[in-house]
Ligand binder design. Sequence first.
Ligand code: ASP
Length: 341
Amino acid sequence: MKRPRILLIYTGGTIGMVKQPETGTLKAFNFEAMAEQIPELKLLDCDTETVSFETPIDSSDMSVSHWVQMVEIIEGSYASYDGFVVLHGSDTMSYSAAALSFMLEHLAKPVIFTGSQLPIGDLRTDAKENLITSIQLAALQEKGVSLITEVCLYFEYKLYRGNRTTKINAAHFQAFNSLNYPPLAESGVSLEVSKHLLLRPKKGKALQCHKKMDPAVGVLKLFPGISAAFVESVLKTPGLKALVMETYGAGNAPTGDWFLQLLSQAVKNGLIIVNVTQCSGGSVLMGHYESSLALENIQLINGKDISTEAALAKLMYLLGSGVSTTSFKTIFETALRGEMQ
Ligand code: ASP
C-alpha cells in the first residue's frame, strides 16, 4: 500500500510563532524550518511536506485574498497529495474553514484546519497533539480512498465540520465548539470517526475551485436599546449587498414600526438580509413568535441553524458566483456543504 502524502500549509498563527526577546510579543516564524525540528513527524505512517505563506500572518489579518491563496495551493497540489492540513491562527479559523468549504466544491480529499493556543516550541504546548492528530485524520483511508472528504477543523481532541465551528474561548485549550453539529471524530486512545456524520463527495465530479468571494457583506448584531440612526446607517452602508442580522433566540427582533420599516425599505432597495441567531446553538424559527413573523413577511432569508461565520462566507460565495436575486433566498436556505440543517 502506498503511504498517504499530506501537505501542510502554514498560513501563520500561534502554532508557528516565537516570542520576540525585545518585546515579549508573539510573531509568526518560518514554519518550514520549525517542522524539521518536530521528530514526531517522522514517526507517522504517511509522508508530509510543508509549504508556507510567503509572509505568515496573525489570523486577525485574514482576508479574501489569503483564502484565494489557500485555495490555489490546494488546487495546484490536489493531484499530488491525499490530504491537506492548514495551520492557521485560531482567531479567525472558523471564518476561513467556512470560506474554504464553499470555495472548494466537490472536494474528495480532507482539508483539515488546525492551530494551537500555545506555540509549538512551548513546553506546555497543545500544538503537537493538534498537528499530529490532524495529519493522522487527513491520512485516514479506506480501500485506498480518503475517508474524510470535507473541510474540517481539529482542535483539542475533536474533529468538527469546519463551517459549523465558532471560537468560544481565548484561554482554554478547547477553543472551539460546534453546537449545531456533533464532532465528526474524537481522539482518545484510538481515533473514533463517526462515519455516518461525514459528507460524501458526489461521484464523478471533479474538484471545482471558486475564487470569487464578494466581500460586500456585513453583520448587524441587535441589542436592547439599538437606535434607529444606528440601524439606518448600517443598512445604508455604501456598496453593501448583503447583511447577516444577528437576532435574539429563535430569530426574534424588535417589533416597533421604525425598525420594521427600515428593514422593509432596505429589502425593497435590494439589500439581502439573513436572519441568524446570536445564540451559539439552536436555530432560527421564523414565525414561531410574533416578534419574528414580521421578519418572515418582509422576506428576510431564514438562516436556520447556520453560524454567523458560515453565513458571511456563504453570502460572499453566492454573491461572488453571481446568483440571481430571484433565486438567492432559495439557494441560501439550502444546505450546500452541510453548513445548515
Ligand atoms: N492571534 C493568533 C492568530 O489567530 C491566535 C492563535 O493563533 O491562536 O493568529
